[in-house]
Design a protein around this ligand. Structure first.
Ligand code: CP
Ligand code: NVA
Length: 345
């Protein structure tokens, strides 16, 4: 069996959970991104080696998913592992069984557990008691697996070191993706700017965490309501204005607050960077091809929300590469953290 790159790093990551982006050091984060790139090349060249044969992975989704579920299922299958999927309401977790009890049951049967849920303390409790790696597939606070894919995508498309990147997130800067981007950028030494209404600024504790990390990495972080800060950006990034788990009555207020932060042609021009790239974790409300998009149009007269269709469909848009990279990075995470005889000492 071909030895994986950097066996020492593989040993260091074995058995580890990922709840928030900064559970990893900068070196570990970039190692996983590099491993994902290798696994992507191996799959494309039809020379992938299965390192998870005989392993069992639990996928618990208390919210819906297209990309994250697909990435865990296809990634596990490509690597020879078996998955068990629990959709919203499919297990006792959260209603008749505590996270602490469920963790101790699932940890005796599975080699790794993915969890997508609401309050972050649920996934944290699973990780504390499962005895096997637990991966946060999105909580109300964090979306760390998304960040691995995003950094791989940035490295693929911008010819700069990650520590030289200027990344601007626009819109709901308090959501899981925005907070994750702030902390990831700070960890990796980027210049990361969160731009949106002050009423939706990231939690104070998250801002402090990002400032502490940036002080160590040499990066810089800022949170502002000034769209002028997009000048010089390498990347513009956005996400939905109302996240899963939030009530639909938030839409009207959010549209009024967030419309100045929509990624549209004028905002792209305001970067003054003809090579600027645009990212979105998806799903995106960029047209009226969805039921939600049509409801927003009927209620508020808008045909696009956080990103306009022309920008979404433009050559600057990296959104589908980003989506594909969920597979390769989640696969790398599983390969590195699930105990594996191929890399045992
Ligand atoms: N970006 C993301 O997490 O997508 P899904 O909700 O489809 O998993
Ligand atoms: N902020 C979004 C991300 C979806 C991938 C949500 O939580 O719904």
């Amino acid at each position: 069996m071909k030895l994986l790159p950097d066996p020492e790093m593989m040993r260091q990551l074995r058995g580890r959970s990922l709840l928030a982006p900064d559970d990893l050091t900068k070196a570990e984060f970039l190692f996983l991104v590099h491993l994902a790139k290798d696994l992507r090349a191996a799959k494309r060249e039809n020379r992938e080696v299965q390192l998870l044969s005989g392993r069992n992975i639990a996928l618990i989704f208390e919210k819906v998913s297209t990309r994250t579920r697909s990435a865990f299922e296809v990634g596990a299958h490509d690597q020879g592992a078996h998955v068990t999927y629990f959709g919203p309401g499919d297990s006792h977790l959260g209603f008749g069984e505590s996270a602490k009890d469920a963790a101790r049951v699932l940890g005796r049967m599975f080699d790794g557990i993915e969890h997508r849920g609401f309050r972050h303390d649920v996934v944290a409790t699973l990780a504390q008691y499962a005895g096997v790696p637990v991966w946060n597939g999105l909580s109300d606070s964090w979306h760390p697996t998304q960040m691995l894919a995003d950094v791989l995508t940035m490295k693929d498309h911008v010819d700069k070191k990650v520590s030289e990147l200027t990344v601007c997130f626009l819109g709901d800067t308090q959501n899981n993706t925005a907070q994750s981007l702030l902390v990831t950028g700070a960890l990796l030494g980027m210049d990361v700017r969160l731009i949106g209404p002050a009423s939706r600024a990231p939690e104070e504790s998250v801002r402090h965490r990002a400032h502490r990390l940036a002080a160590l990495s040499g990066g810089s972080v800022s949170v502002s309501d000034d769209t002028g800060l997009v000048r010089g950006a390498d990347i513009l990034y956005t996400d939905v204005w109302v996240s899963m788990g939030e009530t639909t009555d938030k839409w009207q207020e959010r549209i009024t607050q967030m419309i100045p932060y929509q990624i549209n042609k004028a905002l792209v021009v305001a970067t003054n960077n003809p090579a600027v790239k645009v990212m979105h974790c998806l799903p995106a409300l960029h047209d009226v091809a969805t039921e939600l998009g049509r409801q927003m149009h009927a209620a508020y007269g808008v045909t696009a929300l956080e990103i306009t269709d022309d920008v979404f469909e433009s050559p600057a848009s990296l959104v589908f590469d980003q989506a594909e990279n969920r597979l390769h990075t989640i696969k790398a995470l599983m390969v590195a953290t699930v105990t594996n005889p191929c890399v045992s000492s």
